[in-house]
Design a protein around this ligand. Sequence first.
Ligand code: FAD
Length: 450
Amino acid sequence: MSYVTADTLQRFREDIPGVDASIELGERQAKSKDFHWYSPILTPQLQHCLADIVVKPRDEEEVRAIIKAAVKHRISMTLRGGGTGNYGQSVPLQGGIILDMTGCNQVIAVGDGELRVQAGAYIKSALDAALASGQQLMMYPSTMRAATIGGYLGGGFAGIGSVRHGIIRDSGMIVALKIMTIEEEPRIIELTGKDVSFVFHSWGTTGVILEASLKLVKAETWIDCIATFPTYGDTIAFGNAAFDSDLDIFLLSAVEKRFAPFYKRTQKYFDGSRDAIFSMVNIRDVDAFFELAARFGGHRSMAVSEQESKEAQLRPIHTTAFNHTTLMALQADPSWTYLQVVMPAPYTPELAEAQLAKFGDEVLMHHEYTREHGRVRLGGLPLIKFTTAERLTEIMRIFEADGCTINNPHIFKLEDGGRFDPEGVKMAFRRQVDPLGLLNPGKLRSLSAA
Ligand SMILES: Cc1cc2nc3c(=O)[nH]c(=O)nc-3n(C[C@H](O)[C@H](O)[C@H](O)COP(=O)(O)OP(=O)(O)OC[C@H]3O[C@@H](n4cnc5c(N)ncnc54)[C@H](O)[C@@H]3O)c2cc1C
């Protein structure tokens, strides 16, 4: 089904001469999907959504031309970076335009403690530019090679580095955002300070991010480490202690031994006989990290530099964490799905063991340590053997009865995933920057109030 008539589409195209635009079916299908296929609930709801046209601007003036033409012809627009979001964030629910931002991909400047980058740049290219100056990003998603800066700020939440610097929201990582409004005469707004939250994690509904200024920190040498433990309770006890220690840790990811068959390129070090912590540890703290692990029955299983990892053709540790863990399982067996569960603090080894026993083979445990307001925020990404939607809901209720909070990943309405815009400031901002509601329509439950 098409939401835009052929005539309107033709007139839209005439208004953006010179802009890379495609109405080819294969291109529209490819750019109308993201990683919502992790969810057997979302797949049937989103798999048939199809954009009418894909446009790929190369600079700010082309973005402006596209917006002006979209407003003139009242065509909706869904912004897209790398398309690695998990909740259908960049799926065009009502067709229209896919605005593919990956043509706007320049690192504009690297200064002392700050980097300015165009939104369509892949995160890896921003990280490389920072590293070349002896600095690094505070965090990045495990998808940093395929994901863009704009997509991460528009749709992401935390990542590699969040155990050290906090989740994106309170890390102070976003210094400024330059956005363009969706109006007849699009305006440029530079947001700084707390105002960047109007756009952060808004799923591309509060303006087009053109550029971002991100805080940089001194680059460190991170060593990919695996420590293995006799039980998952020991693994969690160590994770808690490592989090509370003064060790410099960039990633702290706990997985139980039943994940081992999915970790094919690290099987030598994680063979399924013991549970494990996958970590990135500052080179100066590696020995102390494993000494602490030994207090919980931990073994030093692997400690390799980036170069050693490449030479041995290992999987970089950052691509074994967060939703890459889920991806590796799904690639082996598509009947898995997952949940996002915030564990109660403190998450005790006893509760971890009790949950393992309670769910048996239906649920495999995976936890990511992150920081929120300086305290531990232990996010579970458990694998769930999917049977029915009802059973999935029941499993969520069982976690909740243990004091856990569910951020349901099987939704495509922004407000349904967790705490969203309680003070209504994002929605108020949205009215100013997109008065016609053309951005990513269908994703906001509260739109009627907007
Ligand atoms: C294997 C895997 C691992 C993952 N690991 C992590 C992780 O560690 N941490 C994490 O937070 N997430 C993770 N994710 C989710 C996702 O990869 C990240 O959120 C990613 O940063 C999204 O970037 P993207 O460029 O792919 O965005 P897209 O999926 O293209 O877009 C995401 C959202 O941002 C909006 N958007 C895109 N560009 C702009 C722009 N210029 N202006 C305004 N809005 C825009 C889109 O409309 C959409 O709503 C993972 C996903 C997968 C599949």
